[in-house]
Design a protein around this ligand. Structure first.
Ligand code: FEO
Length: 402
């Protein structure tokens, strides 16, 4: 793929990673990803915004070569993570005059990561500007989206916000801009759920800061660019600030069908009561889908059999992940089964201290569920529906189910 022109003197020079299927050896990438880097040629100076994953450094260098780039004054390192800063050594090697522009915290991290020598840096404060001649870069510190050193770069004359990971989507595509908003909404929500959601409260402040700028184009470091910035800004406002929805997330494991019987029963009763449920069999689920469901859910119900006195390991993993992602849940419960004893409920409850939830009475049965267990599940479903109503989470149509 060639370098792609955005405006006169502004080019996309990144890399599309069609085949990558896992990030951080953790996050599934069903649609691949991209590492976006941008070249800005001012009348006096040239700047490169971010680099690419080191495995694709040759693509960045090829595109710079295609554009006849013989000199780069600045490489703007918005973020120290290797998928954006990992090709700095190759850039410094090819363009020995280049200065690395970043926050002071980012400088420390890039030096620690051995990606740039300490004498290469120009550190910038929040709100600082850097002139390229006829173009001006403004730096917006945005710590914790999603590392502590992160900043965004605003190109004043063109009104372009280079937002790094913020507003990104793991989506490999030849499209430079968003064309299918439904497709990008899904990918961006997955990205938010997996990467940004733990920092929801800080992102609120950063959103306010961003909205003080007149933005005509958002250019993230993953996925296509937003010619309609309000599309992704509105989505983020909903994910970050909106109330949870009338929805239950139900991750579970069943070994011999007992927990599954309880799950199916509870899902049926909740559905009858007008509550939306998304159930995830952790033996087969895409963990990214679970993370996405947690963005909006008001309640989580975790289902597990008892294995070796505790919860099934897949359930432990999902509970740990939900706790780490810190979604805006309000309620939680646990259902499942045991043969002769164990501490499954206590173990799961102990894994989710970050979830500021009200714990609704768990339902755990010995052996296969009988009438008293189904009665308890009816009661749990009733409690969940009542709680959702008390918090005005039911819509007009759902209230008609009463
Ligand atoms: Fe895309 Fe935090 O790196």
């Amino acid at each position: 793929m060639q370098a792609r022109k955005i405006n006169a003197g502004i080019y996309w020079v990144g890399a599309v990673d069609w085949d990558r299927r896992l990030f951080d050896a953790l996050i599934p990438l069903p649609d691949g990803t991209s590492y976006n880097a941008y070249l800005i040629q001012g009348s006096e100076k040239t700047a490169l915004i971010d680099t690419v994953d080191p495995a694709m450094a040759h693509m960045l260098l090829d595109r710079l070569h295609q554009l006849g780039t013989e000199h780069i004054d600045y490489v703007i390192a918005n973020h120290a993570e290797q998928d954006h800063a990992g090709a700095l050594p190759q850039i410094i090697n090819r363009y020995p005059e280049v200065q690395v522009v970043c926050t002071s915290k980012c400088k420390d991290m890039l030096v620690d990561l051995r990606l740039a020598p300490p004498d290469r840096f120009l550190t910038v404060n929040d709100g600082a500007t850097l002139s390229l001649g006829d173009r001006t870069l403004e730096f917006i510190h945005a710590p914790w989206v999603h590392w502590p050193e992160t900043m965004l770069t605003y190109l004043r004359e063109d009104k372009i916000l280079f937002s790094c990971d913020l507003f990104g989507s793991h989506l490999a595509t030849t499209g430079l801009y968003v064309t299918d908003e439904g497709q990008v909404y899904e990918a961006a929500k997955r990205y938010y759920a997996e990467i940004m959601m733990p920092f929801r409260k800080i992102i609120q402040k950063n959103l306010q800061k961003i909205q003080e700028h007149d933005i005509s184009l958002i250019a993230p470091s993953h996925g296509p660019m937003y010619e309609r910035p309000e599309f992704i800004l509105a989505a983020y406002r909903d994910w970050v600030l909106g109330d949870p929805k009338n929805s239950v997330v139900l991750p579970f494991i069943s070994m011999h069908g007992t927990t599954l019987k309880m799950v199916n029963y509870l899902v049926d009763v909740l559905t009858e009561k007008g509550v939306t449920v998304q159930q995830f069999n952790l033996a087969v689920t895409d963990i990214g889908k679970l993370a996405m469901a947690l963005v909006d859910a008001a309640t989580i119900v975790i289902g597990s059999p008892t294995v070796l006195t505790g919860a099934h390991p897949n359930v432990v993993y999902a509970a740990y992940l939900a706790n780490a992602l810190r979604p805006k849940l309000k309620f939680a419960s646990i259902i499942g089964s045991y043969g002769w004893g164990g501490k499954m409920v206590e173990q799961i409850a102990g894994l989710i201290p970050n979830l500021k939830v009200e714990l609704l009475n768990p339902v755990v049965c010995q052996g296969f569920p009988g009438k008293s267990d189904f009665d308890a599940l009816d009661k749990l479903a009733g409690s969940i529906a009542d709680k959702h109503k008390e918090h005005n989470l039911f819509g007009i149509r759902e209230n008609k189910n009463d």
